[in-house]
Ligand binder design. Structure first.
Ligand code: NAD
Ligand code: GLY
Length: 360
């Protein structure tokens, strides 16, 4: 069974395969997507490698690959220029050639880093995404954004490099810590908010991990279908793709307020969506009942709905946000539940409005 989505970017097309037990078929699936490759350089992390590395490597051998597995320390700190250089050297030591390929087995950290390494080694080799977190399955593995973090901020050095295949096994989500699973749910809720009211209501009726897991293929398919639509419209993030940032500008402020340690990205995005809903009401864009619906769903999922934040952190997030241009910023607001639009406003007007939000 399983579900497949085709991302039809001209010259860079690929399939997203969603199937329970897909890890066992990694060899066969990768062989179809990478007919020329002999070596496959598999990047994973210290949590995912021990859980799934052997299974994937065994399947890749069956698919006729010579897999080489490289395990990084788990965590955002690995998405660094230092680890990128290390990977390049390891790839050359493994005698990777331009017809070989890279596989990312892990969450968004591994996907972004391995993808950027694939995009840059030997001026670019093919790569496949085998995402194992909910966030990576619904968001980061699709659409080709790859990057590392700099001292100056997250994701500041990167490029667009589409994978040749995204292979996701929903069963891998069962080993996720609850907080990591729920951080991914914030992005799932986001798709309901920005693009699909019926899906939001589907989630409202299933606000628990087991209830979501019972319908996980549908959840992954719905989110990936939405992301695919946006990426097909705006691969290079100059227009419609910015709608995916609903809740992210204010979420960025909350990540800053918590020094990137107190709140995970997903938690910050959850509170950011609640605040953006409220802001939308105050600006006369969002219907009055919407923020309460978002707060209700986030709370039911155990996600924060309010995070305390100083005006300095809001100012830094608004000023630093890559969506900002000059003194204005494109705020993503909901015109109704299930429909988002970008509203350009002056940064100072946004900051003035934020003063009235709870937690400020
Ligand atoms: P992550 O990759 O750090 O994974 C979270 C934790 O879960 C890690 O400790 C990891 O080892 C562990 N883990 C992963 N899979 C597991 C499994 N199946 N079982 C048990 N443990 C498992 O974090 P993430 O939330 O997946 O991704 C966050 C990253 O994604 C950030 O760097 C963010 O910038 C990036 N991102 C990129 C895009 C994009 O479009 N490229 C979009 C959103 C986020
Ligand atoms: N996660 C935002 C994007 O892929 O554009």
């Amino acid at each position: 069974m399983g579900k497949t989505l085709h991302v039809g970017l001209p010259g860079r097309e690929y399939d997203i395969l969603i199937e329970k037990g897909a890890l066992e078929e990694a060899g066969q699936r990768c062989r179809t997507a990478l007919p020329r490759a002999r070596r496959l350089f598999v990047v994973t992390d210290s949590n995912v490698g021990p859980l799934y590395g052997e299974r994937v490597v065994k399947s890749l051998r069956k698919g006729g690959f010579e897999p080489v597995i490289e395990t990084l320390p788990a965590g955002e700190r690995s998405k660094s220029p230092e680890q990128l250089c290390r990977l390049w050297e390891k790839m050359m030591a493994a005698r990777l050639t331009r017809t070989d390929a890279v596989a990312a087995l892990g969450g968004g950290v591994v996907g972004d880093l391995a993808g950027f390494a694939a995009a840059t080694i030997l001026r670019g080799v093919d790569f496949v995404q085998i995402p194992t977190t909910l966030l990576a399955q619904v968001d980061s593995s699709v659409g080709g954004k790859v990057a590392v973090d700099l001292q100056a901020g997250k994701n500041l050095a990167g490029t667009f490099w589409q994978p040749k295949l995204v292979l996701m096994d929903p069963e891998t989500l069962r080993t996720l810590p609850l907080n990591v699973f729920m951080a991914g749910m914030a992005e799932v809720v986001k798709y309901g908010c920005i693009a699909d009211r019926a899906f939001f209501e589907f989630l409202e009726a299933r606000p628990g991990r087991e209830q979501i897991m019972a319908e996980i293929e549908h959840v992954l398919y719905t989110c990936c279908a939405c992301k695919r639509r946006v990426v097909l419209e705006d691969e290079r993030d100059t227009g419609a793709r910015m709608l995916l940032n609903f809740g992210h500008t204010l979420g960025h402020a909350y990540e800053l307020a918590g020094h990137y340690t107190q709140w995970s990205h997903g938690e910050a995005v959850a509170a950011g969506m609640c605040a953006a809903g409220q802001l939308g009401v105050e600006l006369g864009v969002t219907p009055a009942d919407v923020p309460e619906r978002i707060r209700g769903l986030c709370a039911a999922l155990g996600l924060p709905t309010v995070i305390s934040c100083s005006m300095e952190d809001y100012a830094a997030a608004v000023g630093l946000d890559k969506k900002g241009a000059g003194e204005t910023i494109a705020l993503i607001l909901l015109e109704e539940l299930g429909r988002a639009a970008a509203h350009r406003m002056s940064k100072s007007a946004v900051l003035e409005r934020l003063k009235s939000l709870p937690g400020c």
